[in-house]
Ligand binder design. Sequence first.
Ligand code: ATP
Length: 544
Amino acid sequence: MVFKIIFQSTSFAIPFFLTTVSLLIIHKFTTNYINQTWILFFMAFTIEDMATFCKAKSFVYPNSEIYGGFSGFFDLGALGSELNNNIKQAFWKTFVQGREDVVGIDGTIISHPKVWEASGHVGSFSDMLIYCSKHKKGLRADQIVEEVLDVRTDGLKADALLKLITENAEKFKVAGYELDDKISNFNLMFKTFIGPSQSDDSVAYLRPETAQLIFTNFKLIMDTARTRLPFGIAQVGKAFRNEISPRDFLFRCREFEQFEIEFFINPEEKKCALFKSPEKKFVVNILTEDCQKDDKPHYSISLGDMVNKKILGEWHAYWLKQYYQFFLEHGISPENLRLREHCKDELAHYSSACFDIEYKFPFGWKEIHGCANRGQFDLTQHIKHSKQNLEVFDENTQKKVVPRVIEPSQGVGRAMLTFLFEAYDDDKERGNIVLKLHPTLAPYKVGVFPLVNKLTDQARKIFDKLKVDSVCFFDKSGSIGRRYARADEIGIPYCITFDFESIDDKSVTIRDRDTTKQKRVKISRLQKILGDLLSGKTTFDKVK
Ligand code: ATP
């Protein structure tokens, strides 16, 4: 209606059109975030917008920007490093410290090259490369096919991709590609040399995943860390992959972090004692292999039914539930989350079944977590290559076994991107962005503001007290409304304002980010109230 009225008058239409176009141009070519709210009124929020937002708010910066950037590498800023640490801590607390059957390790980035020969990475950790004479470089074949033909390519081999490229040659031309008629395999591991000689004998690799050190240390850990089957070993840290075409901001980088668990089980133990009623009744969205073959959408099903239908085993279902639930509990909406079954022809060399947890990003449903049934592959390979006996004694069965493994593998950057997209709310009524991050993940937990500069000392006293328990943010510049908006934009869940009345009534105003509701509370109870709110013991409505 508004648009109709505006466009009935050409005197309005022309300036309106010009303003819109200039805003879009500003948005594309500057990193200035000021007009973002208005620009987003006209266009959907994209991954590029998220990168711009993250840079403007000190979450993530392009690496080596003063030298023109470095594709596939990103640096975390003041808020990004807090958020990243909070995500890792939440994983560690939930899956390591919160459990008696998982222990952590912290291994090296470079290890003996034989590790990677045994694991199969030297031989087959590769992506398909196709040369484009227009771009004058090799590109990732499956990504181009997905982009140009809008199809999923999971599991397609080089022949199938080449066929699609040949059959749709015109479309690729129109999209700006001039592709070769052959595809080669490109190994994704970064090579380096150990010591002063740079020969084949001194080649080593930066780890492409954190998992392998867990396998090589497995027996040592079992012998020394008082663990017994079934149990898991976790590791969080950097992984490096020489991705052919890094893209989509943090989604596909060349250096990133993973949080991986290898969970070791007696190979005879098909039933999972932990897969109880809540696990069985837990409902997930699932895109099965059949859905993908028949081009059908995902559907909802309980994990118990999935196991009964033999879509996956109990241990696998148990671990998928833990991570699916983790994302739900940390604020991800159920409609934006699903499991995707890997089709038989796309399974990695080590895996007999694999399910991804996918998130609905603006650029489509994409993997944020992979959970593979690795069977006995890795330990068997390391036994073969190291000639060591890695069998362990299972106290339950009183027999020696080579355990089988379920591997929940989580990218930290992709988790961060997921939480940021879910949290990002362009609140038109407030006129500012509200980053509705879960309090556990929010970089700052509490903002403390003096109403006017005169009250700075009193407000600071409160800030000094609160910062002992939580990461707090002190802000005294600009109007109180502007300070609330600034706090919203960086996701501070609660803000405290010290005003003139506070001097007499020994109380402050506490404001809830998500509802903007405010309550007056005694300063003496502030620490306890905030502690309860941030830990989820109470909700803002219940605060008295
Ligand atoms: P993709 O198919 O997207 O390349 P993958 O199946 O190779 O991913 P895995 O080897 O299963 O990924 O790695 C486990 C997790 O590590 C992924 O679910 C993802 O969260 C993260 N991850 C993998 N590769 C990257 C990357 N290049 N950049 C950022 N995160 C990554």
